[in-house]
Write a new protein. Structure first.
Length: 176
């Protein structure tokens, strides 16, 4: 065992330099490092994807207006399915989907509060109190928006999970 420690780190002790003698040629030099933010991963114009997000906001707002509480999940699922084609990074797409769901639910809530002249603030305050939260209308609205955001992000995750990853040949990137 002491001989192993004496050989450790010495040149030629483990015959690592004999690969060329076995007929294996030397490896090519490694490719230079490219930073990841320098490459563009998305395809298509950003204005098209902005219009798609605005359409998602309109879809979620329409669903919220007629009482379909599950529409943020469906919009997030559609965004996740489309994102494999779009190529947006997750750190860009998830906040966009979350903002889409929050804006989609906030617009009908704000519209009904301002134009319907109904006591929606009192209802939101009661719901927050019944849930064990502080009895403020803003708390009830915030929890509603948070639930919409969670639905949309889970739908986005499922949409990304259901679509296959593009091959390295399609993206022009090499696998890790």
């Amino acid at each position: 065992m002491t001989t192993e420690f004496k050989r450790l780190g010495k040149r030629g002790s483990y015959r690592l330099g004999r690969l060329r003698a076995q007929g294996i040629k030397s490896l090519p030099p490694p490719e230079p490092f490219r930073v990841s933010f320098a490459r563009s991963y998305r395809r298509g114009p950003a204005s098209a994807w902005l219009l798609a997000l605005l359409a998602g906001v309109a879809l979620v707002a329409g669903g919220a207006a007629i009482g379909w509480w599950f529409v943020p999940f469906a919009a997030g699922l559609a965004a996740g399915l489309a994102n494999r084609v779009a190529g947006w990074r997750i750190r860009v797409a998830v906040p966009a989907v979350a903002a889409m769901a929050a804006a989609g639910w906030a617009i009908p809530l704000l519209w009904q509060t301002l134009h319907a002249h109904q006591p929606y603030g009192a209802v939101a305050r009661e719901i927050a109190a019944l849930c064990g939260l502080p009895a403020y209308a803003a708390t009830g609205v915030a929890v509603t928006l948070l639930i919409a955001v969670i639905q949309a992000v889970v739908g986005y995750w499922l949409g990304r999970a259901l679509t296959p990853r593009p091959s390295p040949d399609e993206t022009g990137l090499r696998p890790l």
